[in-house]
Design a binder for this molecule. Structure first.
Ligand SMILES: Cc1ncc(COP(=O)(O)O)c(C=O)c1O
Length: 448
């Protein structure tokens, strides 16, 4: 096999590139005000795509850990990372070394008839770490979810209905927007799937809410016997407001589903890599108890993982592109350096920084009563409810927070919350202090 990676010139070039990158990162490791106006660029983008931007965010393409540089020269603290993929922050040197290797590869993209060795290694690593038998890579979270559903439908045929939780989010393709529980995401989209919604867990009423879910499941399965292919589970609802289930809850539901021969599918696109466990379903004791999962975002290359019992017949899955070589190399680098990164487990950075963040929000809530109710969530998925503010007021808060230097986002519509997906792989306690000082200042400004 070609040994370009061992060529002395390449080794030297890589060293030089990474050392230059590391030096330039120092220039963006603190908040900065804009040095120019990039409003014209934002307006051009809005005009081209035909609808407004949520924030006037256009990146310069550079950053450093939790700090991101914008095209106007400003530097902000990025607590949402383009809705979650950058757990290791901006310009991570380990990922940069993987991207350097990827740029020497023969193709930009890989696919079903064009796998390189690194794609095989990534699939093997995901199978080994997850405990599933099979892995199929794909280019987006939505595609990984679609593939999971197709696998499940084929196995549980002729069942064609889906069970899903109220307020769930699974994506916006024509099929997935039928399941995502947001009427505004389906305007004008033809109905292709029959979905029955059941209520989700409520930590304030664990026993009652479990009974309510089981009772709704019974109602629908009695009404449509043998017609449900699976239940789609988001273990921690993201868009729904960062609402977490519990181990006992999921076990009770799965026991019921299995008694009716209904499949179990977990959408881990948002939870993968963000809790104290690489796979969130392991955290709830569900290893080996589900048919398939989809992963994305933090994984850089998305994938569907499934058991041999539900493996599809040839022809069901294929894609010209299953991932970019850069995405595959980055994913592989991440999974091969888990020990060194020390993110997971009770002593890992995610558990430690999450606890610190929750404590800081609790302190703020004491200092300004009602300002940070909750906090909700787990690991690097967290949210709080400021007062009884509705979505309009939370949006106003978020836009002011953005102007003050912190990028966050909303979650939930029935209860409007501020959501953060912090890049704990690139953060220390001092960054949380900096974020919290800006959150407090913004709360006070919005209250004035
Ligand atoms: C739980 C969940 N499933 C699926 C998706 C869709 O992933 P993508 O946007 O990569 O297509 C998302 C995206 O936010 C998600 O949060």
């Amino acid at each position: 096999m070609n040994s370009i990676q061992n060529d002395k010139r390449i080794i030297e070039a890589k060293k030089l590139v990474l050392s230059a990158l590391s030096d330039h990162m120092k220039e963006v490791s603190a908040l900065k005000s804009p040095t120019s106006d990039h409003q014209a660029l934002c307006s051009a983008l809005e005009k081209i795509r035909g609808f407004p931007l949520y924030y006037p965010f256009i990146g310069s393409g550079f950053g450093s850990g939790p700090y991101v540089e914008l095209a106007d020269g400003s530097v902000k603290l990025d607590m949402i990372s383009g809705i979650g993929p950058n757990l290791l922050g901006h310009n991570h040197l380990g990922l940069a070394s993987a991207l350097f290797d990827a740029c020497l590869a023969d193709t930009v993209m890989q696919g079903n008839l064009m796998h390189n060795v690194d794609a095989v290694q990534l699939a093997q690593k995901l199978v080994e770490l997850s405990g599933f038998d099979h892995c199929f890579l794909s280019t987006s979270g939505a595609m990984a979810c679609e593939n999971a559903l197709k696998i499940i439908f084929q196995h549980y045929a002729p069942a064609t209905r889906i069970l899903a939780f109220e307020h769930c989010f699974i994506g916006r393709t024509i099929a997935l927007s039928q399941i995502t529980d947001k009427p505004s995401y389906r305007i004008g989209v033809p109905e292709l799937l029959s979905v029955d919604y059941i209520p989700f867990y409520n930590h304030k009423r664990p026993v009652e809410s479990t009974q309510e879910t089981l009772s709704a499941l019974k109602t629908f399965t009695d009404r449509y016997p043998g017609k449900h292919a699976c239940l789609c589970i988001e273990l921690i609802q993201g868009e729904g407001g960062i609402v977490e289930g519990s181990s006992e809850y999921f076990h009770a539901i799965i026991e019921f589903l299995r008694s009716k021969n209904i499949g179990v599918y977990v959408d881990e696109v948002q939870t993968f890599g963000r809790t104290e466990s690489l796979f969130a379903h392991h955290l709830y004791g569900l290893k080996g108890k589900v048919d398939a999962i989809s992963i994305g975002k933090v994984s850089q290359t998305c994938a569907t993982l499934f058991s041999k019992e539900v493996a599809p017949k040839p022809g069901l899955l294929s894609q010209t592109f299953t991932g970019s070589t850069a995405g595959i190399r980055a994913a592989l680098w991440f999974l091969e350096h888990l020990d060194e990164l020390n993110l997971y487990g009770h002593e890992g950075a995610i558990a430690r920084l999450s606890k610190y963040f929750h404590e800081a929000l609790n302190k703020l809530n004491k200092k300004i009563p009602g300002s940070a109710v909750g906090p909700y969530g787990r690991g690097a998925l967290l949210a709080f409810t400021p007062f009884d503010w509705d979505l309009k007021k939370v949006t106003s808060f978020l836009k002011r927070l953005y102007a003050n230097g912190v990028i966050a986002f909303q979650a939930g519509s029935h209860t409007a919350r501020v959501r953060m997906l912090p890049p704990f792989g690139a953060m220390e306690e001092k960054h949380i202090d900096e974020v919290m000082a800006i959150v407090e200042k913004t709360i006070r400004e919005e209250m004035a």
